[in-house]
Design a binder for this molecule. Structure first.
Ligand SMILES: Cc1cc2nc3c(=O)[nH]c(=O)nc-3n(C[C@H](O)[C@H](O)[C@H](O)COP(=O)(O)O)c2cc1C
Length: 314
């Protein structure tokens, strides 16, 4: 039996770039939509080279990739929507969840949630000014300081034709570690107009199954760290496969493919190793008995050194 509920890959800045997303799809798949890390449109009305590379249709499947925008300016947002929809993308996501201090200080990401009037004005301008035939979805936290802020925020979201509302049920000051507040997701199930997507702390097939069982009205989950740590999670869920430990041969091919692509595009060994080490933050939990080698991998300064530790691991 195959499962028909949807799984989305969450955006992780510095981790889930177009190379990762494409390579993930090649080796594992099981993902209905791949969200890009945020792009920050601004008064230059230009994407940076790095931003454009990440959404370039040559490097992405326009049907399953959802570019994400981070801004508090409707004009900048609408400019980027126009440019991105002209490339063929069907959906664009608005980041209202980023908890980073520098982002929040600029009243962006979850920082904008603290100013409900500004949020409402921005959404009004975006939806009344939207000329392109593209869906606008939102990824949000519950608020900035207290989860109760969410009641007013949801009332605002309910005024607009948001195609999908992904809720990460934490507030800004919770960052990524404090316990989530599922009761506010339950509140959203009762009161939201937009279709909902749950995001947060899903790591296993039983987490996926239990979440869909607990919230039968939702059709999709967004998973970040759990999918990076265990890239076969979505595929195994979709195909109702028995839960296996990581297939090391396949993981090695996936790893080696990523390494060779980053080696080809990044100049110098340091940036390549930096990139690979970002993944190891999530991968290391698969090797609980091998902490000494993992430590060496994470400390290696040369690619040859890194590769030799890798080959003693797998
Ligand atoms: C290193 C890192 C970078 C992230 N970058 C983004 C981002 O660019 N846009 C965004 O909406 N969320 C971002 N997130 C949040 C994730 O998309 C996701 O909401 C969060 O990790 C919780 O889901 P998870 O428990 O399944 O990982 C980031 C999270 C981490 C840890």
């Amino acid at each position: 039996m195959t499962n028909t509920k949807k799984i989305y890959l969450a955006p992780l800045e510095g981790v889930t770039d177009s190379i990762f997303r494409k390579t993930f799809a090649k080796y594992y798949g099981g993902i209905d939509k791949y969200y890009t890390p945020f792009i920050s449109p601004n008064s230059t009305f230009k994407f940076t080279t790095r931003e454009f590379k990440d959404i370039n249709p040559d490097n992405n499947d326009i049907n399953t990739t959802v570019p994400q925008l981070l801004t508090n300016n409707a004009e900048h947002f609408l400019w980027a929507v126009h440019e991105i929809s002209a490339l063929g993308f069907k959906e664009i996501n608005f980041n209202l969840g980023c908890p980073s201090g520098t982002v929040v200080a600029k009243k962006k990401g979850s920082g904008l949630l603290y100013y409900p009037e500004d949020l409402d004005n921005m959404l009004y301008e975006v939806f009344s000014g939207l000329k392109d035939d593209v869906a606008i979805s939102i990824k949000t936290r519950l608020g900035k300081v207290e989860p109760e802020e969410f009641y007013e925020i949801l009332d605002i979201y309910n005024k607009y034709p948001i195609s999908e509302l992904t809720i990460h049920p934490r507030v800004q000051k919770d960052f990524y570690r404090e316990p989530i507040h599922p009761e506010f997701f339950e509140y959203a199930i009762e009161h939201a107009n937009a279709p909902l997507v749950f995001n947060g702390e899903i790591k296993t097939i039983s987490n996926i199954e239990n979440t869909f069982r607990k919230y039968p009205s939702i059709n999709a989950l967004m998973i970040g760290r759990g999918l990076i740590a265990n890239p076969s999670l979505a595929f195994e869920y979709k195909e109702s496969l028995a839960v296996n430990s990581l297939d090391l041969a396949k993981f090695k091919s996936f790893h080696d493919d990523l390494l060779s692509q980053y080696t080809a595009i990044l100049s110098g060994e340091k940036p390549v190793l930096h990139r690979m080490k970002e993944f190891w933050v999530y991968w290391e939990c698969n090797f609980p008995e091998q902490d000494k080698i993992i430590k060496k991998i994470r400390k290696s300064n040369r690619i040859e050194e890194y590769k030799s530790y890798m080959s003693s691991l797998i």
